[in-house]
Write a protein that binds this ligand. Structure first.
Ligand code: SAH
Ligand code: DHB
Ligand code: MG
Length: 223
């Protein structure tokens, strides 16, 4: 793909927004440092995106949040901080190592009473939750393996209610979604088509500035 964007300007704009609107925070900073120390990949949401997730969660009044893809718990902390007292966040993670790093990070942020991290393939955990008839979630954040996004959308529809908010990270991926180059970009392109074509949903994708331009899908469940 041709590189036409002025990356330096985009990075300056993103830093400008981050410095102006994202206050330095010890727990979030430590979560990034400890994740790095444990060797986790640096693929968490950006600080600006974390702030956006927190605002959207607060705005939606979410009491029950489901996250698919925990990594070191960075986005988990952003989202859980928007919960009212008595609210809860369940986060699904495949790797035991990631989950243990995340639990420590969440604990350091003082959120362990509201956050539960469940280890396993999210598709299995989601099927179990659905089978057990869990209470619907007010907000679902999809951010695990990209190949499974179409599946995660179907599970999210089963585990939500009218008015719920579904958010999905990485739906643009530097533009590879427009011209798929692999299984992951094909799945994301299909995911976006499913979302756009579903009459039960009202959705848009917001571009996100990071290493490459990415996107956050913002999806409201109508019925
Ligand atoms: N939400 C995190 C980043 C998540 S990265 C943040 O922004 O801070 C994606 C995570 O999904 C990784 O930790 C990876 O181990 C996990 N993952 C990948 N496949 C998965 C699966 N099938 N089930 C559950 N988690 C999975
Ligand atoms: C990457 C970024 C992500 O936000 C993610 O969830 C997975 C991978 C990446 O940049 O490779
Ligand atoms: Mg992501």
């Amino acid at each position: 793909m041709r590189e036409e964007v002025d990356k330096e300007l985009l990075n300056r704009i993103n830093s400008y927004i981050e410095e102006l609107f994202v206050a330095p925070d010890d727990a979030l900073q430590s979560a990034l440092e400890e994740s790095k120390r444990a060797g986790l990949p640096e693929i968490y949401v950006t600080p600006v995106q974390g702030k956006l997730l927190q605002i959207l969660a607060g705005l939606s009044g979410a009491r029950r949040i489901l996250e698919i893809g925990t990594l070191g718990g960075y986005s988990t902390i952003w989202l859980a901080r928007a919960l009212p007292s008595g609210g809860e966040l369940i986060s699904l993670e495949l790797e035991e190592l990631n989950a243990s790093v995340a639990r420590k990070n969440v604990d350091r942020a003082g959120l362990s009473g509201q956050v539960e991290i469940r280890v396993g393939d999210a598709k299995e955990t989601l099927a179990q939750m659905s089978q057990n008839g869990v209470e619907p979630f007010d907000l679902i954040f999809i951010d695990a393996d990209k190949e499974s996004y179409p599946d995660y959308l179907q599970w999210s529809l089963r585990l939500s209610r009218p008015g719920s908010l579904i958010l999905a990270d990485n739906v643009i991926r530097g533009g590879t979604t427009l011209d798929p180059v692999d299984e992951a970009s094909l799945a994301i392109k299909y995911f976006n088509q499913l979302v756009a074509g579903d009459k039960r949903l009202s959705a848009v994708v917001l571009p996100i500035i990071r290493r490459r331009i990415d996107g956050l899908a913002i999806i409201r469940v109508l019925e």
